[in-house]
Design a binder for this molecule. Structure first.
Ligand SMILES: NC(=O)c1ccc[n+]([C@@H]2O[C@H](COP(=O)([O-])OP(=O)(O)OC[C@H]3O[C@@H](n4cnc5c(N)ncnc54)[C@H](OP(=O)(O)O)[C@@H]3O)[C@@H](O)[C@H]2O)c1
Length: 239
């Protein structure tokens, strides 16, 4: 699958940066990057813009900007948190709080949905186009053996439902469009760093390895893929 015009949302992240780097090196794609931070990429095919996720107007302007030269072939939405200064993932029921749920659902479910609201209509309708979200295997209900991480798990399960919904709506509007979730593996990043010491070395991926595998998965998608979640190895993750 050829991606000529690409938008990556959440561009300061470890996996996002590696995906942008890889796309820029391996293709002639024009890449529109959006982040709430001031970030820099040294390549003339990359255009970086600031976005305010809490203002719909900013998200809508971003979608207009990214599609001003033509519709998008690939949109990658990478936003997600597991922990920050205020939030630590819940080990058990006693750690649950309203503020934690609010923060994690906002970033992992609500903001990605609002991004879809404005970017989905910008997907190319004349050739195959893809909207992909970085989800997580721990959002799979059937795969949940360890429990814990209540808000992260449930926000990603909810994101997976949003992806399914989007695929149904997109099928009516754009016969060329595909919407998928992706699990990047356990990847070295700010998000994983407090939890990666228990991960065997061969199971802890570098962002560039994860990006390479995710680009392979994205390139191999077809119409039957829409609405589903795939691991870095290309295998479907059951809900
Ligand atoms: N690392 C892993 O092991 C792993 C495993 C499974 C799934 N994932 C998923 O992969 C994605 C990227 O993770 P990463 O490891 O690259 O993490 P990271 O380096 O911490 O990147 C964080 C991402 O979330 C966005 N973000 C952070 N705070 C935000 C906020 N308050 N509002 C809106 N967006 C916010 C950032 O976008 P800005 O540039 O706009 O700040 C950035 O795209 C996440 O969705 C994560 O759940 C990661």
């Amino acid at each position: 699958m050829m991606f000529k015009r690409v938008a990556v949302i959440g561009g300061s992240g470890a996996i996002a940066s590696a995906l942008i780097q890889q796309l820029s090196e391996d293709s002639n794609a024009k890449i529109y990057v959006f982040s709430q931070h001031d970030i820099l990429f040294e390549s003339k095919n990359i255009e970086v813009h600031k976005i305010n996720y809490l203002e719909e107007k900013s998200i809508s302007n971003s979608a207009d900007l990214a599609s001003e030269d033509g519709d998008l072939d690939l949109v990658i939405i990478t936003n997600g948190i597991l922990h920050n200064e205020k939030v630590q993932p819940e080990k058990s029921l006693k750690d649950l709080s309203i503020s934690k749920f609010n923060e994690v659902f906002l970033v992992n479910t609500i903001i990605p949905s609002l991004i879809a609201k404005y970017f989905l209509p910008k997907l190319n309708k004349s050739s195959r186009s893809v909207m992909s979200f970085l989800s997580a295997r721990v959002g799979s209900i059937s795969d949940n053996r360890l429990g814990g991480w209540y808000s992260y798990r449930s926000s990603k399960a909810a994101l997976n439902m949003i992806i399914k919904n989007l695929s149904i709506e997109l099928a009516r509007l754009n016969g060329e469009g595909i919407v998928v979730g992706l699990h990047p593996g356990t990847v070295e990043s700010h998000l994983s760093s407090p939890f990666s010491s228990n991960v065997p070395k061969d199971k802890l991926f570098s962002p560039s390895f994860a990006a390479m595998k995710l680009m392979e998965v994205l390139s191999n998608l077809d119409k039957a893929s829409t609405g589903k979640v795939y691991g870095w190895d290309g295998k479907e993750i059951t809900p």
